[in-house]
Ligand binder design. Structure first.
Ligand SMILES: Cc1cc2nc3c(=O)[nH]c(=O)nc-3n(C[C@H](O)[C@H](O)[C@H](O)COP(=O)(O)OP(=O)(O)OC[C@H]3O[C@@H](n4cnc5c(N)ncnc54)[C@H](O)[C@@H]3O)c2cc1C
Length: 508
């Protein structure tokens, strides 16, 4: 069976042990973990895989310097443990898909002696908490060293800085890699399949069947399942209400906007952490595959399937970029924008509380509804997707399936095809870089589908379009441009050009 819709639909004539709703980072993680534990798994995703929050993150694999600062300032042990957990997950995430995640240096500029000392101690603590999983030790830098090593930074008034390390990931492709691996091991994984309702047992009111629509064929499926995991991120409350209308909302949505600039605005491979904006936020400037990503914001929002950036958000991010960059940008220089909605979890069950989303802890919680037995995995972040999955299945086995908890096997599970195919030595360097970064060990296999470029001087190949349809379940041009290649969220104009040339290859 291949990772395409016809093959996955053929697997649907079965009953399943576990149905997972949502194909973002969280659902993908649960699908792989459950499959490795030996369960028969079905995952349905309403849109394309990772089409919501999981492709719109800042793409950092991190413990969270800001969360550590909050933990120390508030003496918050819970928050501290969360940073610890994420820092230890960081290395596992990098190890399991090295073509999709790598270490990233981040520089924090300091403007007073006190700031230098403060951030030096903070980053030292960040290293210490990472322990043996630290990626590389942080170090203090003088103004002269920064001027020599990081010419892109505006050095006016600068007193020095601290360089530390986290990870950077290709979020959309990482989710896809997890899902492809789950499918290869036996799971049925389907995009454009939306959960409509549940069928409950007559007496127990426990979920017995899931009813979902294939949004492409319009066919409706009713599938018998033993357990259901709700991994719908910001949409969690909607699914909870379908299972049991009495459940009170738990999610608080916060929007995070990013702008992208061409690479000429930021030299080198080191990112910048702006540790404190006037309104108490953290903003990152991150080199990102020939572009530079600036973000993000953190404001309460209403739930939306397609959040769009506001002009004020663009102006805000560009104004902070210009404060810290020696090369100044204007709004016209922006090559792309994207906005994600954080699925934040309210500690209190009162939706009027905690309106300041910046103060909400990024931890996760597994909830089992006592009546329907719906298991909802809520909150969390990309970096901890694997722990979130493991916690979810432990609870599900204990409280829904009533079986002994099986070991989680994802920690050392490499996300790569079983038989890698190397690229021929003659492949041009830009195509080699593109295919290797996107497909990793499968680069040679993809190249085998045809080496013609779609557009001169661009590494995207005509043959990739067939591969994406047959082996990566791409259905629309947006699936290809925004998530399989990610070019639409780096350079909207280039994405449109590619689409115009090969319009007939996918639906719009
Ligand atoms: C701006 C921003 C920046 C971030 N930066 C980072 C970062 O740098 N590092 C980090 O670790 N974390 C980061 N995060 C957090 C991280 O991105 C999220 O925690 C994570 O992506 C959430 O994944 P998810 O799978 O829970 O949700 P989602 O990715 O939103 O997935 C839920 C899925 O459920 C699907 N769905 C909804 N309803 C249905 C239905 N009825 N039937 C079937 N499917 C349905 C949706 O289509 C969606 O694809 C960031 C978040 C934001 C918003």
């Amino acid at each position: 069976m291949s990772f395409n819709r016809p093959d996955q639909l053929r697997k649907l004539n079965e009953t399943f042990d576990i149905c997972i709703i949502g194909g973002g980072a969280t659902g993908a993680g649960v699908a792989l973990d459950a499959t490795l534990r030996g369960y028969k798994v079905l995952l349905i995703e309403k849109g394309d895989f990772a089409c919501q929050t999981s492709s719109k993150s800042t793409k950092l694999v991190h413990g969270g310097v800001r969360y550590l600062e909050q933990a120390v300032k508030k003496l918050d042990w819970h928050q501290f443990k969360m940073v610890y957990k994420a820092l230890h997950e960081r290395k596992i995430l990098l190890k399991n898909a090295p073509h999709l995640a790598h270490p990233l240096g981040l520089l924090t500029p300091c403007y007073t002696r006190w700031e230098r000392l403060y951030y030096r101690i903070g980053m030292w603590l960040y290293d210490k908490i990472s322990g043996s999983t630290n990626l590389k030790s942080s170090r203090g830098l003088s103004k002269k060293e920064i001027q020599a090593e990081f010419p892109s930074i505006e050095s006016h008034h600068l007193r020095g800085g601290v360089l530390y390390y986290d990870g950077q990931l290709n979020d959309a492709r990482y989710a896809l890699a997890i899902l492809k691996e789950a499918e290869r091991l036996g799971a049925c994984i389907l995009n454009y399949a939306s959960l409509d309702s549940f069928e409950l047992g007559a007496k127990s009111l426990k979920i017995k069947k899931v009813v979902f629509s294939d949004l492409l064929s319009k066919e409706i499926y009713t599938i018998t399942v033993k357990a259901v995991v709700n991994a719908t991120g910001p949409f969690t409350d909607k699914i909870r209400a379908l299972a049991n209308p009495r459940m009170k909302p738990r999610m608080k949505v916060s929007r995070g906007a990013h702008v992208v600039l061409p690479a000429e605005f930021w030299q080198g491979e080191t990112a910048l952490l702006i540790p404190k904006t006037d309104d108490g936020r953290v903003i990152f400037v991150i080199p990102w595959r020939d572009y530079v990503l600036v973000g993000t914001t953190d404001d309460p929002d209403t739930l939306s399937e397609s959040p769009v950036i506001l002009e004020a958000e663009k102006a805000y991010l560009i104004s902070y970029f210009n404060r810290y960059s020696s090369k100044k940008a204007t709004l016209e220089d922006i090559s792309a924008t994207f906005v994600g909605q954080r699925p934040l979890l309210q500690a209190q069950l009162d939706s009027t509380l905690n309106t300041d989303t910046k103060s909400l802890v990024r931890d996760h919680e597994v909830e089992v509804d006592g009546r329907s037995k719906l298991v909802s995995i809520m909150g969390g972040k990309w970096t901890t997707y694997r722990v979130m999955a493991s916690d979810t299945l432990d609870v599900l086995e204990k409280e829904v399936l009533n079986v002994p908890v099986k070991p989680c096997l994802t920690k050392d599970h490499i996300l790569a095809p079983a038989s890698p195919v190397a690229l021929p030595a003659t492949v041009e360097p830009d195509i080699r870089a593109h295919l290797s970064e996107i497909y990793g060990p499968a680069a040679g296999e993809v190249y085998g589908y045809g080496a013609d470029r779609i557009l001169a001087n661009q590494p995207f190949l005509v043959g990739e379009l067939t591969y994406l349809k047959e082996h990566e379940m791409a259905v629309t041009w947006e699936d290809v441009l925004a998530r399989r290649w990610g070019i639409a969220i780096r350079d909207e104009a280039l994405a449109e050009k590619l689409k115009a040339i090969k319009k007939e290859a996918f639906a719009s």
